[in-house]
Design a protein around this ligand. Sequence first.
Ligand SMILES: [Zn+2]
Length: 472
Amino acid sequence: MKTYTPTIGLEVHAELLTESKLFCGCRNDPNSDDPNMFICPICVGYPGALPYMNKQAVEHMLRIGVALGGELASFTEFDRKHYFYPDIPKGYQISQYAFPLVKHASLNKVGIERIHLEEDTAKSAHDVCSRGSVIDFNRSGVPLMELVTEPVIHSAEEARAFGDILQQTLRYLGVARARMEWGEMRVEANISVSKTDTLGTKVEVKNLNSFKAVSGAIEYEIERQTALLEQGEQIAQETRGWNENTGKTFSQRSKETSAEYRYMPEPDLPKYYIDRMPEWDAESLRATLPELPERRMERYTEELKLDAKKADVLVKNKPLGDLFDGVLQTVEHADAIRLTANYLSSDVMQYVEEGNDTLFERLTADALAEVIQMLIDGELSSRGAKEVIAVLVKEGGAARGIAERQGLFQESDESALQEVITKVVAGNEAAVAEYKAGKEQALQFLVGQVMKETRGSANPTKAQELLKEALK
Ligand SMILES: [Zn+2]
């Protein structure tokens, strides 16, 4: 029996990181704690207020287009997309219909049909006020990218992988923060199943606010639709929501068709001839692109031979990868790659996960390079390095100065160590006797005593060497 093949297309919205909103000068700060602070007659939709275009937002879109190998529009216009909802006071959203800024792009082998620019809506809240629902217009008019993939994805894992690499790419480009938990990136999935080459009836699942929700909703829909078809029932074309708690999708409404949106060209904005802007030809834009995550991953695993897991941590967290590259520029030693990758993917990553999001202002590549160099030269123990990094993360400063202040330099100075060893040998007769009787473990105990006596600052290899000498 032929099985059902799932087919999935994704629509991804991402708020663009610009100084001001898309059609007015208000600050782009949709997650501010103070509602309705960054608003004006334009973004609140007063009659007669006229929009004007944010150049930075258009440039972000074109850079995304070039990064994803898309075709940039030579001409574009904006359209009104009509629908009624309290968070859209004009009764329409300014979006793009016939002339998206970017077409035919691709990422991670997934074809992208179009990427267009539109304004975000305001935000309704239903549970903050006892008298009814309230609306925060800080988000109204924030520039929003909408990216539509072709229906070429066939599993929840593929969809998740696409979302993941897209999120990283937007962050590398510096065009979006794309934190899903903040609503800065939102995913909708169109899912259908079919036994034949003809696609089945698609169901749209909206407002997926985490990668976990994306996979969960897709898996649930594949199962639900397959079961319905097996029972000889039809799939209704509709929009569904996702309930995180039950792990199920639920019917919301029948899907609007584009005719119902009554698209029309936005008469209050001019037409734009992108190809008349010399700084916006594909070559000039390409010159502004940083190294992108796919390429960085390749470089780390293939050229620098990092293991995939560590490389993944450094690629997914761009500032960590930037630090890594910065250290390697200064420290030239065969061990530098391994040591730096270790400290970044374990110690530093842990501080990042604890929510220390300003730590990169203090832990600079220069400071970390100094730590790694001191490790390589045997001046610091690995424990000492961890302590210096902890101080750098909290307070910043110069690594060498911190190591000095905290007394973390390893005592490889023989005469100072010799004194401690004489003391330890004299004070631990039993262990000394055991060692002399051939018990190797006793030596480790004595090394431990030396470390204790020097409060960890002795170089353990050196201590062991001198102990053996003393016990001959
Ligand atoms: Zn405004």
